[in-house]
Design a protein around this ligand. Structure first.
Ligand SMILES: NC(=O)c1ccc[n+]([C@@H]2O[C@H](COP(=O)([O-])OP(=O)(O)OC[C@H]3O[C@@H](n4cnc5c(N)ncnc54)[C@H](O)[C@@H]3O)[C@@H](O)[C@H]2O)c1
Length: 357
């Protein structure tokens, strides 16, 4: 009986979607989250509201633990209790921001890298055959994407259509010798460790390198949560600061539902030491300028933006993921949300919360 899913970061965007999804499939979910996002990003960033909503919705299928993933013994104890009942591990707790990481590099590394090692060791000791899913990031490629031969268009940067990565950047891009930011470096350490526990210990591990992950469960804060923060600023008529690249930098966006359905596919047919780029690809992407235009159309409000002529260190000028590798391994998986659908859902879900004050 391996009917338990352990989810870290269970009150966060990806964690909470995972909890709902796997509880909906009849699994028991054990969540780990200590609301450290409020320490990173202040009140706006707290995920407590999402936890409250989650516990009401999911009921008895969900058990919450406030364990800090830096607490190695606490994790080991929990895994020892659950033991062979664990059928899946989804590790989504993290310090997720470049800018924040530079403020406290030790904390960033302890959470992102050492926290991941703590999870891997707990899993190896007590549930080595359970698929282990890790949410990595496209920031492991550092600023190498910024060396692409981009062309400036009216509202975005773009690759020439005949470029090998026009349809999206695949896993062949090097992660070495590039500017990662402190955050990118701690995620590389975690990413490589997760691969290693697959290769070296033969555990069914998978690294999902996300582009922009998004959805209504995001606690939108200026330093993290691009599309949610765009929508929040427009709805609350807050000023949004666009940093660099004339607002033409391109992001692909994947809805948390589509990402978690990829996790389910992996859970049903696990593989060892896999790495997948995961994003909205050509189906779902936008520049900042384009995102504001769509948000304005949806809300009927005018966005308030100002421009700071200095890109954030390590920020990508253009990123579109290729999900071809994942689709080759799991041909039934499909993206269902594009950028307008994502923004519309955020608007509808937050009507009562994000208001002009
Ligand atoms: N959102 C994105 O755009 C994006 C893009 C690429 C990769 N990722 C990765 O996906 C994962 C999930 O991202 P998200 O957007 O759901 O983040 P999130 O901040 O919404 O959720 C993470 C949760 O982890 C919790 N947490 C943080 N540190 C913790 C600790 N030490 N112990 C216990 N809990 C802790 C936070 O309180 C938060 O609720 C992260 O690994 C992130 O790096 C996110």
């Amino acid at each position: 009986m391996s009917n338990v899913v352990v989810v870290t970061g269970s009150a966060g965007l990806i964690g909470s979607e995972s909890v709902r999804h796997f509880a909906g499939l009849g699994m028991d979910v054990v969540g780990i989250d200590n609301d450290m996002r409020s320490y990173f990003f202040g009140k706006d960033g707290s995920t407590r509201w999402n936890l409250d909503r989650l516990t009401k919705e999911v009921g008895d299928r969900y058990t919450h633990h406030e364990i800090d993933i830096r607490d190695r013994d606490g994790l080991a104890k929990l895994f020892a209790q659950l033991g062979k009942n664990i059928g899946l591990v989804i590790h989504a707790a993290a310090q997720p921001s470049h800018d924040w990481a530079a403020k406290e590099p030790f904390t960033d590394f302890d959470v992102n890298a050492v926290g991941t090692l703590n999870m891997l060791e707990a899993a190896r000791a007590h549930a080595p055959s359970a698929p282990f899913i890790f949410t990595s990031t496209n920031k492991v490629y550092g600023d190498t994407p910024n060396r692409l031969p981009l062309i400036e268009q009216e509202t975005r940067y773009e690759l020439p259509p005949d470029h090998q990565w026009y349809q999206g950047i695949d896993e062949e891009m090097s992660i070495d010798q590039t500017l990662h930011s402190v955050f990118g470096a701690s995620k590389v350490a975690a990413d490589v460790l997760v691969q290693e526990y697959g290769r070296y210990f033969d555990m069914p591990t998978a690294v999902f390198r996300g582009g922009t992950l998004t959805g209504p469960g995001h606690s939108a804060a200026e330093l993290h949560g691009f599309l949610a923060y765009v929508m929040r600023c427009v709805m609350e008529q807050r000023m949004y600061h666009i940093y660099g690249y004339k607002g033409k930098m391109v992001r692909d966006a994947i809805h948390s539902h589509d990402l978690v359905s990829a996790f389910e596919a992996f859970h049903r047919a696990p593989r060892v030491a896999e790495v997948y780029n995961m994003g909205g690809g050509r189906f779902s992407n936008c520049s900042h300028i384009e995102a504001f235009k769509i948000a304005e159309e949806i809300t009927g409000l005018e966005a308030r933006t100002d421009y700071v002529d200095q890109a954030r260190t390590g920020d990508h000028q253009w990123w579109i993921s290729s999900t071809a590798r994942f689709e080759q391994h799991y041909p039934d998986w499909k993206l269902t949300y594009d950028v307008p659908a994502i923004l519309r859902e955020m608007y509808e879900a937050n009507q009562d919360v994000w208001k002009v004050s």
